[in-house]
Design a protein around this ligand. Structure first.
Ligand code: FEO
Ligand code: CA
Ligand code: CA
Ligand code: CA
Length: 655
């Protein structure tokens, strides 16, 4: 490893999302917003005031006002909270938001209580991991009061986890204090967890000695399945079969299937690999397209498989969707290669009218694509085991959005169109290992960082979160990505032809352009009933509750950029209220909002608070000097990423 090579901050893997395209460091989001969208300056100018009154309703400027309820048209009843940022979380009046699991909480009998001064990899592997993004609830016997929680542990913040260490992934620090012990703790804090939970007298509890409890880490043995399994490009010195890999990394969002498995998505896997291959190496073009070789972690210093110079194929074994059976703690997780290799945000699916399973997939990078997978077989509702191969055979498609509001799903099939040997694709395995390059050749639409995508089973409409893209230039604007310098993101709504999710045709429209609607130059398009608190920016994860309503969690708001913390918003999609957003929950300073997931009866909402206390735009924070000690607020205890349960006081559906 060249010690002078630029490092990538692990936290920036999430924020920049452009590593595979352009490794230069442009202005940060905060700087861009400060220069382009200075709200105070805009409000001072009379021209700006005129522009504002012409484009937005009065509520966007008013504090503490609730959106107008247009009779039965309003589907959300809660009283919205005030947007802002402080050291703790806030939920709408009449609701409880309680911490259920914190980073470090022991999950197995006999594991000692969390002690950050005496942490070890062995302990971490038996504790709840770090930075939960996706949370899923899988009912036991259909219950909304008893089930399995599945949670991803996406990434780690060494500066907040380890005493006396500070930021290690900055260019000038170059992982100087990262020891093998610390790296091994990081590896054990990645992956995911399965935890049995039960609601007793209205209170959710972890079932302590459950037979289902499981921690998955960056070293858990996994199997590679589907068309790329066993291919030469998947073989390493440790695995001559090309079918066995240890661990999953950077698991962001995911999904749960109707047959009760958990899909966990490897997102910014590029940041874990050291070393360079040289421009003439056969994998050079492949790795460049994914931004591999600029590490955000020191794992390659102590583990050869994360050093490309020693193990050039290992990185081909990451970037997949992993299927896990949470009911079998001995289940070997499966990397399902048929779903493609990208920086997978999530994998939420829907059973199509003909029984096939369709999964929508976002590749979270600036100018990358929206995909879907359509299974060849049908979901078998009678025989659970029959579904375990369903995600190994099917067709992967990438989306092309046309300016007329129509669109096409282009299949990634070897031998069709440009996906031939002449372009370096000798088999379907090659197409999947280099999914991005295949999609480039098909002419897919370059999007503003596709995050979570969810289909609404009640309407069959599909919601695509596009979080932001400040690199899009005026001459790169298109109908589906209509703003240059898109700091706040937007949401695209897609309707599959005839409600058939397997169809290659769809129509689409922009549901909302995000940002502060009272600043005319932002160009946000929330309904005029949206209040000052109700607007949001940077949509990331989303969920559709069992009443068919859309909830959106955000990543990227902060005190400097927007004066508000990330959080959860409820967005009307139907009728007169369409485009009206309300603020339900907000996270403590430095955090991003993850989850959300509802129990089948909509009485419990699971949320994850990811990286509380993480630096905002470079402010120095550390274990020893945090900006919040949420949720414990105890001296010596750092902030702890945690999973929360939200319920209505006195019971009832989240309204
Ligand atoms: Fe891990 Fe795209 O957020
Ligand atoms: Ca996300
Ligand atoms: Ca989701
Ligand atoms: Ca995120």
């Amino acid at each position: 490893m060249d010690e002078h090579k630029a490092r990538l901050r692990a936290s920036d893997l999430e924020d920049s999302g452009d590593i595979g395209v352009n490794p230069t460091h442009n202005l940060t989001m905060g700087e861009i917003i400060a220069t382009r969208f200075n709200r105070r300056d805009l409000l001072r100018g009379s021209l700006a005031v005129a522009a504002i009154s012409a484009t937005v309703g009065t509520r966007a400027l008013a504090a503490n006002e609730q959106p107008t309820k247009k009779g039965a048209a309003a589907s959300f009843d809660f009283k919205e909270i005030e947007a802002g940022v402080d050291q703790t979380h806030h939920v709408a009046e009449g609701y409880d938001a309680k911490v259920l699991l914190r980073w470090g909480d022991p999950l197995f009998p006999g594991t000692p209580e969390f002690d950050p001064q005496n942490q070890t990899a062995e302990r971490q592997a038996r504790q709840f991991g770090y930075n939960t993004d996706f949370v899923g609830y899988i009912p036991i016997d259909g219950s909304s009061d008893h089930g399995l929680l599945v949670a991803n542990h996406e990434y780690t913040n060494e500066e907040l986890m380890f005493p006396g260490v500070g930021v290690q992934d900055a260019k000038d620090v170059a992982f100087a204090k990262m020891t093998k012990d610390l790296v091994d703790i990081e590896m054990a804090a990645h992956g995911g967890a399965v935890v049995e939970i039960r609601r007793v007298n209205g209170e959710w509890q972890v079932v302590k000695d459950s037979k289902y409890t499981r921690r998955i880490t960056a070293e858990t043995p996994m199997e590679i399945t589907g068309p790329a399994a066993g291919h030469d490009r998947m073989k390493t010195s440790a695995d001559a079969t090309g079918r066995k890999v240890n661990g999953m990394v950077n698991n962001c969002a995911g999904g749960v299937t109707p047959w009760g498995t958990w899909l966990s998505c490897e997102e910014n896997f590029n940041g874990y690999f050291w070393g360079a291959l040289g421009d003439t190496h056969p994998e050079a073009k492949n790795y460049k397209r994914y931004g591999i070789g600029t590490p955000a972690y020191a794992w390659g210093k102590f583990h050869d498989r994360f050093d490309l110079a020693k193990e050039p194929n290992e990185a081909n074994r990451f970037g997949w969707v992993v299927e896990i059976d949470p009911f079998d703690p001995n289940f070997v997780p499966k990397k399902r290669t048929a779903l493609g290799r990208t920086k997978h945000e999530g994998a939420a699916g829907i059973t199509n009218s003909d029984g096939r399973y369709v999964i929508y997939l976002g590749d979270d990078e600036r100018f990358d694509y929206v995909y879907k997978f359509v299974s060849a077989g049908k979901v078998d509702k009678q025989n659970r085991a029959a579904n375990f191969g369903l995600l190994d055979e099917g067709t992967l498609y990438v989306a092309k959005y046309n300016p007329d509001g129509k669109g096409t799903w282009l299949p990634l099939i070897h031998g069709q169109g440009p996906l031939t040997e002449a372009n370096g694709f000798k088999s379907q395995a090659d197409v999947l290992i280099e999914t991005r390059r295949a999609a480039d050749l098909l002419g897919a639409t370059k999007m503003d960082r596709p995050e979570d995508i969810e289909a609404n089973p009640q309407t069959n409409r599909v919601y695509v979160m596009l979080t932001n893209n400040t690199r899009r230039k005026e001459d790169q604007v298109d109908a589906a990505n209509p703003r240059a310098n898109n700091a706040f993101g937007h949401i695209v709504e897609m309707m599959p032809e005839g409600g058939n999710h397997a169809s290659t045709a769809f129509t689409w429209e922009v549901l909302v352009k995000c940002g502060d609607p009272s600043v005319a130059s932002v160009g946000a398009t929330f309904s005029s009933d949206t209040t000052k608190n109700g607007w949001f920016g940077m949509p990331d994860n989303c969920a559709i509750d069992n009443q068919g309503r859309l909830w959106i969690s955000t990543d990227g708001n902060n005190a400097k950029a927007t004066g508000r913390a990330d959080g959860l918003w409820a967005l009307e999609t139907e009728g007169e209220m369409r485009g009206t957003s309300k603020h339900f929950f907000r996270v403590p300073v430095g955090a991003e909002m993850c989850g959300p997931f509802f129990t089948p009866n909509d009485e419990t909402l699971f949320l994850a608070v990811q990286h509380p206390g993480e630096a905002e735009e470079g402010a120095p924070v550390s274990f020893d000097n945090p900006i919040t000690r949420w949720p414990d607020f105890k001296d010596g205890m750092p902030p702890r990423p945690s999973l929360l349960v939200v319920t209505k006081k006195g019971g009832g559906k989240i309204a």
